[in-house]
Design a binder for this molecule. Structure first.
Ligand code: C2E
Ligand code: MG
Ligand code: MG
Length: 669
């Protein structure tokens, strides 16, 4: 009886399994049939791909699917996958970030999920997108809620013609049966492509210019729309549209004939492209602090090209690119046996409007204007108008749509050129601001602050440090200042050995990632004979934005030289407390904005007091910056602060005056 029941149960279970099996098979067959019949009925690759994406997405009950087309890269000729913009999306909203980033990328062989399929012609599965080391879209996928995915090839003969990818919102395990089914579908789709090879070009041609192979007006418009949307989300994302028009193109065309004109357009396109940032997104080093997206060069038609630049720091960056474009056209083109000289007129429109104005000292208009309701057409029109102005002003030149921006960008470029010369010639001078002991009102040391003699005056650091950082010059300036300051310290130390004076210099956060830094500092200490224990290096909280472990390691190695480390402008930075105890610091400099508030509000007082307490708890010396009055000094003293620096005692002064201050203080004492 018992055995009979057991046997029945097993038979039922078996039947159930079979039934499920059959049901699954039926579904698979249905899927294959659907795709086969669309494939047979339609001669449009786009249509068949879309139908396949929808059918497979429905079958899997997965929300996202997308198709790539294999093509040759415009520069390298190597095979790569470009997005078709043909999607299966169960709903649009949650996947926007992922879709945009996918449509902005091409994948070379081996890169990312589709690149792996392109590499070996085999399906690939990623069980956990967030932890795959070859899935560059992981951040966007994660933020869109996607967790796993797979991709498979559409083969024509032994060649990968397309790749389809699908994504699920849950982790999944590799399913070989499913991949086998997808492989079958890939073969079916391959037949459609083989039948309609010419149309593959159409798919590309819909977005590309036939003559030059560059993106066409439509694709450019698309990219620009995305750029505007990105800038609306991140108002500091400065981008620019350049309108480039060949000067006197008509003359070439008329005198050498149309084929020569066409050839010239193709070759001008190639040279322009060579001056731009590579279009290959994926191979760019990860972890760059602000990776700039690709530049897009498009041909609108005739002799008109447009360029989209994103992720700029200031309008002058667009001008730099424009100058590069002019210079790659310098060499003549040899066309139809003749040397043809080409210049272009360039118009530039940027959004949002620039945010730095170096000539006015500090970051003048730090709040960028919102992009408003800028449309792609607005920007194209502005750039076009600027280009016309460039033409009317004598061709071979570049104009901004906004004349104010033009002036600003030109000044910024001139400043950079001058700055380079100043660095080459070591023209910077150093001023010294005394740091006082609050208990004894005596000088305990100096902060060395750089000054740049220019056009009869002294330029303050805020007006050029940022530019020097962007131009990769800052480390040379910082080291020049450190060398001068150490030499000065050695001199003062010899003259006033009992004073035990300290010298502080500032290190740009960009310095701290340079592997040579520690060796260079050691070299300067050795060469100048400055006592290392009396040398202090000031860093700012920005330094902690990068790799904290690496920073800590660098700081440890600096401290091993015997020098002391200070956190400058404390309280203005980012994550203050969470990392502070991990950094091997000796000094905390309280930012002058808090000190300035001491007379005005109780909040600042409490804040300063908290910082002083915290410094004490962490065993750090607190130095107050920007002490401008007797009240400031008294309040700080009452709050337990021991050191101070500010106009109340002395502004930064030249070396001779600083020596004079010392002489008065120490001879009187
Ligand atoms: P910092 O390191 O915080 O230097 C203190 C700044 O506050 C100096 O401005 C100083 O002149 C100013 N200051 C001093 N006392 C008072 C006061 O009582 N009231 C007010 N309102 N300001 C006071 P400076 O010399 O213009 O330098 C500005 C910043 O430029 C420095 O801020 C530092 O971050 C940077 N810097 C200066 N020299 C160098 C350098 O050689 N290398 C690098 N990387 N940065 C430097
Ligand atoms: Mg400082
Ligand atoms: Mg400071």
């Amino acid at each position: 009886m018992e055995r009979e029941r057991e046997a029945r149960r097993r038979a039922e279970a078996l039947a159930e399994d079979r039934l499920q099996d059959i049901y699954a098979k039926q579904q698979q067959i249905e899927l294959l049939n659907t795709i086969a019949s669309t494939a047979n009925q339609s001669d449009s690759i786009a249509h068949v791909l879309r139908a396949a994406l929808t059918a497979i997405g429905g079958y899997l009950d997965w929300p996202v699917g997308h198709a790539y087309l294999a093509r040759q890269n415009e520069h390298s000729g190597a095979s790569e996958l470009t997005p078709t913009g043909i999607w299966h999306l169960a709903s649009t909203q949650p996947f926007t970030a992922f879709r945009e980033c996918t449509e902005d990328m091409s994948f070379a062989i081996g890169q990312g999920l589709p690149g792996r399929v392109l590499d070996n012609g085999e399906p690939a599965w990623i069980e956990d997108l967030a932890n795959d080391d070859n899935f560059p879209r992981a951040p966007q996928a994660t933020s869109s809620g996607l967790r796993s995915g797979f991709a498979f090839p559409v083969m024509v003969g032994s060649e990968v013609a397309c790749v389809l990818e699908f994504f699920a919102t849950k982790p999944t395990e590799t399913d070989p049966d499913l991949l086998w089914l997808m492989w079958q579908i890939g073969v079916q789709l391959g037949r459609v492509i083989e039948r309609n090879r010419h149309e593959e070009h159409l798919l590309h041609n819909a977005s590309h210019d036939q003559l030059t192979g560059l993106p066409n007006r439509r694709l450019f418009h698309d990219r620009l729309t995305h750029a505007i949307a990105r800038a609306a989300r991140d108002p500091f994302n400065l981008f620019a549209v350049l309108f480039v028009d060949i000067d006197r193109f008509k003359v070439v065309n008329d005198s050498l004939g149309h084929p020569a004109g066409d050839e010239l357009l193709v070759r001008v396109g190639q040279r322009l492209l060579s001056a731009l940032r590579s279009n290959d997104t994926v191979s760019r080093p990860q972890g760059e602090s602000t990776p700039r997206p690709d530049d897009t060069l498009a041909r609108l038609g005739g002799d008109e090209f447009t360029i989209l630049l994103e992720g700029l720091n200031e309008p002058a960056d667009a001008l730099r690119v424009a100058e590069r474009l002019q210079s790659v056209l310098h060499e003549p083109f040899s066309i139809a046996g003749q040397d043809v000289y080409v210049t272009v007129s360039i118009g530039i429109a940027t959004r949002p409007y620039g945010r730095t104005c170096p000539q006015q000292g500090a970051q003048a208009s730090d709040a960028p204007q919102p992009p408003g309701r800028t449309t792609p057409d607005d920007l194209m029109r502005e750039a076009d108008m600027a280009m016309y102005r460039a033409k009317s002003l004598g061709k071979a030149r570049c104009e901004f749509c906004d004349p104010g921006m033009q002036t600003q960008a030109l000044q910024s470029l001139a400043l950079e050129t001058d700055l380079r010369h100043a660095v080459e010639r070591g023209e910077f001078i150093v001023h010294y601001q005394p740091i006082m002991s609050l208990s004894q009102d005596g000088i305990t040391g100096f902060e060395a602050l750089v000054r740049w003699p220019r056009e009869g005056g002294l330029v303050a650091p805020d007006a050029f440090i940022g530019i020097a950082e962007d131009a990769g010059l800052i480390h040379r300036i910082d080291l020049q200042v450190l060398r001068t300051a150490c030499r000065q310290l050695a001199q003062w130390h010899a003259d006033y050995p009992d004073a035990m004076l300290t010298i502080s210099t500032n290190l740009s956060p960009r310095q701290l990632t340079r592997p040579e830094l520690v060796g260079e500092v050691r070299g300067i200490l050795d060469a100048t004979g400055a006592p290392p224990t009396q040398v202090r290096l000031e860093i700012t909280e920005t330094a902690t934005l990068g790799n904290l472990d690496e920073l800590i390691e660098t700081l440890r190695r600096l401290k091993a030289l015997g020098i002391q480390l200070a956190m400058d402008d404390f309280g203005t930075g980012y994550s203050s407390l969470s990392y502070l105890h991990r950094l091997p610091l000796d000094i905390l400099k309280i930012d002058r904005s808090f000190v300035a508030g001491l007379d005005r509000d109780e909040y600042s007082q409490r804040l300063v007091q908290t910082v002083i307490h915290m410094a004490r708890n962490l065993g750090l010396e607190a130095v107050a910056e920007g002490v401008e009055s007797r009240t400031h000094a008294a309040t700080l003293r009452a709050l337990g602060c021991t050191r101070a620096q500010g106009y109340h005692y002395s502004p930064p002064v030249a070396a001779e005056q600083a020596t004079e201050l010392l002489r008065t203080a120490f001879t009187a004492a």
